[in-house]
Structures are given as C-alpha cells and as structure tokens.
Design a protein around this ligand. Structure first.
Ligand code: MG
Length: 304
C-alpha cells in the first residue's frame, strides 16, 4: 500500500477488487480536490493505462463539453486525459435524449459549450422555444449560469407543461467554487418540479442513467479489444460519496469502493456503517485512488 490504508482494510480492498476488469472513477474527491490534482491521482492513471485497465471518469460537472474539461484536467495533471474517457452529467443527458427521443426536437438550457454535447440532435433555439405552440420531446436543464434566467426557465416550464419530459443533468443544490458555496442548477430543477407537480429524469449521479452509460462504453471498449464480455460485477466504481457514488453504483450492480480523500472521512464512514443502510455500504475502503489502483493491478491475472 502506498498510503496509510489500514491493513485490515487492505485485505478487504483486495478481495473487493478480485475479478474487477474495469473502473468507473469519480472526479472530485478522487482525482481532484478544489481544482488541484490529489496526491497519487496522476500515478494512478499512469498505472491503470500501463496495465490496460479500461476506465471512465464520471462527474456531475455539466458546465462544459468533455473536450474542454479534458483539456483543463490535462493541464492540471500535466498528462493527457482523453475526452472520451470522461462522462459528464451533460454528456450522459445527451446520450439519454439521443436514445430516448431520437430525431425529436429538444430544448436544452446549458452553457453554449456544454450544448455541443447535443451535436447532431435537434435543438430549438430560444425564439422557437418561446412560441406559444412550441412543442419538444424533452426539456433539459443543466449548469448554464445566466442562461438559467427567469425568462428561459419559464420557457422550459411551458414546454414541460405541454408534455415534454423534464430532464435534469443533476439535482445538486449547491457546490463549492472559488467564491465558496454557490447555488447549483439542481435548486432550479427542484423549483420546476414543484411548479409542474412531477419529478425530473436525472442523468447524472446518483441516477442509474449515467452509470449505465459508463457500463455501455466500457463494454464496447472491452469487446473491441477482443476480450471476453464484461459483466456488471466486474466493474468497480471508486468515489468519495457514499450515496451518490457507492450507493448509485451498487444499485445498478457494480461494486462500490469508497476513498477517504474527499467528502467522506472515517467518522462519516463509521456513522454510515451504524445506519444499517446496506446499499451505501462500500465493498472496500481506501485512503486514496492510488491504493485502489495498486491493489487492483497487483491482484490481476496477467492476461485479463
Ligand atoms: Mg466526488
């Protein structure tokens, strides 16, 4: 173990990772914290790629296209991070509308950059969406800063009221930015749900939508490599949030590994262990992502 992961935990971690052939990684609290690389994160990605372990990084960040996010993370890490390894709440929402409403008109409230995830899909512009008779299959709400104005949210409300599916990139009420705790788009989604009297389909964590997208992509990558079919139980999610990461992943049949490098500390883990909520109990615990990757790579048979 490279870190200070406790020895009993090391054995449990190794057994939780036995047979795992692919990883789904959370970003904040696992690879990054407050915009900086966490210790061991860069080495962990180097080792994963050297060992040929397929992985996806899943984040509820939805303010930019994956290429922009990958470029920013690559600069932070000082190594390339490929955009196709990232799944954001925006890219998961775009994959969802493509599968659920192919060819149908959509209204997407997001930043211009994030809206590029919908390239090839039919998006109504604001003027067309504001027409009294306008109709779309789905309204998608994401992080759009001032795009989430009263006027634009009212247009989204009207379209949803006339039958459009309400899709939220995520329901996070607030998040930490350089200015401190900041209102997030999930709070506005909750307002629309209240006005409409129904709940939104959520694309990002802890929704199964984003985990299933990761599973599909990993399965294709494994199949393309000629290896035998990837099973759900052969994928482990590594995250710092017991509910959104561990619980969300376990709900769709993945293994859930908790790292203590982000929002959950040992006291939080112990409180959760006493709560009896089985779904959010991690299969393994580690201090950080490098411990997980070392345990995984060392436990893997050579030709996996
Ligand atoms: Mg996190």
């Amino acid at each position: 173990m490279s870190g200070t992961t406790r020895s009993g935990e090391g054995d449990r971690l190794a057994s939780a990772l036995r047979g795992v052939r692919a990883l789904v990684l959370d970003a904040d609290g696992v690879l990054l914290l407050a915009g900086s690389a966490l210790p061991g994160a860069v080495e962990a990605l180097d080792r994963l790629e050297a060992a040929g372990v397929p992985y996806r990084v899943v984040t509820n960040f939805s303010g930019a296209h994956r290429t922009s996010l990958a470029a920013a993370v690559s600069r932070t890490f000082g190594r390339p991070v490929r955009p196709e390894r990232l799944i954001t709440a925006a890219s998961a929402a775009a994959a969802y509308t493509l599968a659920r409403h192919p060819g149908a008109p959509l209204f997407v409230l997001a930043s211009d950059d994030a809206r590029r995830e919908w390239a090839g899909q039919r998006l109504l512009d604001l003027e067309a969406a504001a027409a009294p008779e306008a109709s779309v299959a789905a309204v998608v709400i994401g992080d759009g800063g001032d795009e989430l104005s009263y006027r634009n949210l009212d247009i989204a409300y009207g379209l949803a009221r006339r039958g459009a599916e309400l899709v939220a990139m995520h329901r996070n009420p607030w998040w930490i930015t350089p200015k401190g705790p900041t209102l997030d788009s999930g709070a506005l989604v909750a307002g629309l749900e209240f006005a409409l009297g129904r709940t939104a389909t959520v694309a990002g964590k802890p929704s199964p939508v984003v985990f299933r997208q990761a599973v599909r992509e990993l399965a294709v990558e494994v199949a393309t490599s000629g290896a035998r079919r990837l099973r759900l139980a052969e994928i482990a999610m590594v995250g710092d949030d017991l509910a959104a990461d561990v619980g969300g992943a376990k709900r769709v049949g993945l293994r859930g590994i908790l790292v203590l490098s982000g929002k959950t500390d040992r006291a939080g883990l112990e409180r959760a262990s006493g709560s009896g909520r089985r779904r959010a109990q991690p299969d393994g615990v580690a201090d950080g992502i490098l411990d997980v990757v070392i345990a995984l790579v060392e436990a893997r048979p050579a030709a996996c």
